[in-house]
Design a protein. Sequence first.
Length: 512
Amino acid sequence: SVLIIDFGSQVTQLIARRVREAGVYSEIVPFQSAEEAFGRLSPKAVILSGGPASTTEMGSPRAPQAVFESGLPVLGICYGEQTMCAQLGGKVEGSDHREFGRAFLEIADECPLFEGVWGKGTRHQVWMSHGDRVTALPPGFRAVATSTGAPFAAIADEARNYYGVQFHPEVVHTPDGAKLLSNFVHKIAGLKGDWTMAAYREQAIEAIRGQVGDGKVICALSGGVDSSVAALLAHEAVGDQLTCILVDHGLMRKDEAAEVVAMFREHYNLPLILVDAADRFVGELEGESDPEKKRKTIGRLFIEVFEEEAKKLGGADFLVQGTLYPDVIESVSFTGGPSVTIKSHHNVGGLPERMNMQLVEPLRELFKDEVRVLGKELGLPDHFIGRHPFPGPGLAIRCPGGVTREKLDILRAADAIYLDEIRKAGLYDAIWQAFAVLLPVQTVGVMGDGRTYEFVCALRAVTSIDGMTADFYHYDMEFLGRAATRIINEVKGINRVVYDVTSKPPGTIEWE
Ligand code: XMP
């Protein structure tokens, strides 16, 4: 594997993704625990990430000396290049010629990193983000590329297999960056690109068997991609030692619970208990309009219902969860300050301790797109794998104010029509997430010869890479008109439709 030592860059995760796309397994560790991880993981190559610190400051982070004593290939990116130079006898200085964003690189010499990608004397676009720069190379290194702001924009010590780049090869704004990273792992480190999802599936199944033995396993299936893939892997590993529980909180989309049940029971023959808890959830939510209290109520009820069902089964030793890699990467914190809770996320976090169960998390090492590939590998249909994300608290947070069965039914109908129109227009895959929101506001309308006084439905659609930031989707007006007309004509209870043109930030994707 490749060990990526994180010095706190915003884009460190992308290094791991590019390396994995090259078919080589990679793991990120924060610099604070790099020494221990280096010993434990026995990597075959090391990449030092960028970061916000300056090597010229006292106490700024360094790579473990063991990395340079190991004889392994090392690639330093941005701060990683600077600390490598500082540690190996070169010099780094602050500079008044900062480079941020697009820059151009002149290739000064051939080097294995550029093999088959960039020839001597050519010029290429890269993405830079640095203030400091290397001003003297350590012994053994030579410059292989320069930019206006960085005389040592790429450096190489081929004898020791050490390479440094001041730019960021992991971002898309360095169009050839992925090829350079592929050269580093394949040609320089000599690693084979044999890390595939088929191989991962086998490994994960073995690991689950090893962990679980003949213990009893349960899984909270939500119908989302992550919990579904985790459940299928566990089922392949331990068969009927696994029981899945799907809590229908009455806040799912149209036909959702039934479809999930049909797929898992009939297609996969997976033991699945469907719990109809709609009355309980909706009953408690009816009088509650505070968004955070709604989220907390749903979280608490979910745990209560799940716990009751698990008890009926006679308890379990293990709980399968679809935790993903981005949730487990320890982030490098320089400020250490607490971050503000914008929304309490719904998960089954409290369960394992309460019920004294151990966690089985077969997706802990994967990114979302890798989970989708694995889902395909396990035979999940494309339309299921490609589904938009859906929040745990479901339609309750798309129904601002108190939630009632009547409102949920109206919302479900409008949402289904909206998505049907999106699919018909061929837009589904271009949108990160699209849904209807039922506003607790009634307005006056006229239909036929009569006055109406009904609810307003807001439509939302956003594009996003990871849900952290988002832009509203720019539909053409024809489409919006068509969706609005159908919703008003077909859904009793709605007489007005509006479109949400807020990005995130300042808005969030969901309304609550
Ligand atoms: P926001 O509304 O915070 O949402 O911009 C970002 C992404 O997270 C989803 N979301 C949730 N997912 N449990 C989840 O599993 C939750 O409680 C939850 N709340 C929001 C939201 O749909 C979007 O994709």
